[in-house]
Design a protein around this ligand. Structure first.
Ligand code: NAP
Length: 267
């Protein structure tokens, strides 16, 4: 029986490539066409590796609208749903439609520079705004156009609920259930002295509010880091960070429970 097209990506390690070969045999035997590229015909993306590999696949496919599922090959695997031991059960559940889709929201940074040029970046985990190397950075922060604080420190990170368990968590931010629609703004090494006053804890923003960020000096070098990918800017007039309309559709199977995953991966 001829079935649809499945795109399989890996992180290139030996174990991931071995699992890819095994999966390819099984999917082909079930009648699927397997490719290593993403196209409009793709009905499912499978990513073999860890969370980092899944994030890179999402970016390389330009935030695809079809479902994506991860097979974990020995990493933390917070996004990853399938163990390499369960490939047959995965294919069977997929064919029977016994899965759900976890719709993950993403975060967008719109950057305007002094020459009027506009750029934008999307993150599944987070958008990070920081200075060059070990320099501190001074940023005027507004929420929904209301000036709130002048932040001084290493930078600020704006995490999605899905990204709350990544860098955000290492910075002391809270774990957020992805069913909530919000952004978490977490300071990185905020200065809170008589010279500089910055919030020292995370703040949570509802979906309808965006965060405005303006560097104190427009000749400051600013790095925007979306999911670990850096872009350098100078002459930044304004950065606006908000929830994006783009979603990632992560496939989950019947035993998936967000808080059980948190427990098994963090405690
Ligand atoms: P990496 O520095 O090689 O790995 C970062 C670690 O974060 C890996 O263990 C990865 O899991 C895990 N991870 C990624 N997304 C996660 C999520 N949503 N929830 C829980 N853990 C998650 O970088 P990478 O593999 O390219 O991933 C990029 C991400 O690294 C960034 O988006 C950022 O959040 C995170 N990061 C964290 C720190 C920190 O905690 N101090 C510093 C820089 C970047 P796997 O082992 O399964 O890949």
């Amino acid at each position: 029986m001829q079935r649809g097209c499945i795109s399989v990506f890996t992180n290139g390690t030996d174990i991931s490539l071995a699992n890819r070969a095994l999966l390819l045999d099984k999917l082909t035997a079930h009648g699927y066409r397997v490719t290593d590229t993403y196209s409009p015909e793709t009905e499912l993306i499978i990513c073999i590796g860890g969370d980092g590999a899944l994030i890179r696949t999402v970016h390389s496919c330009d935030f695809p609208q079809c479902p994506i599922i991860g097979i974990n090959t020995g990493h933390l695997g917070f996004f990853q749903e399938i163990s390499p031991d369960n490939l047959d059960a995965f294919i069977s559940d997929y064919e029977k439609g016994e899965y759900s889709i976890q719709k993950l929201s993403t975060v967008k940074a719109a950057v305007v520079t002094d020459d009027g040029s506009r750029d934008s970046h999307l993150g599944l985990n987070e958008i990070l705004i920081k200075g060059r190397h070990s320099y501190s950075i001074h940023l005027d922060i507004s929420i929904g156009n209301m000036p709130i604080e002048r932040f001084s420190g290493d930078g600020i990170l704006v995490a999605t609920p899905a990204g709350s368990t990544a860098y955000n968590y290492s910075l002391g931010g809270s774990i957020v259930d992805p069913r909530l629609k919000l952004l978490q703004v977490t300071p990185i090494a905020p200065m809170n002295t008589t010279a500089y006053r910055s919030f020292t804890s995370s703040i949570l923003l509802p979906a309808e509010l965006s965060l405005g960020v303006t560097p104190e000096h427009d000749d400051d070098v600013i790095f925007i880091v979306n999911d670990g990918m850096e872009t350098e800017y100078s002459g930044v007039r304004k950065i606006e960070v908000s929830i994006s309309d783009t979603h990632v559709q992560l496939m989950r199977f019947k035993n998936y429970d967000f808080w059980n995953k948190v427990k098994t991966k963090f405690l």
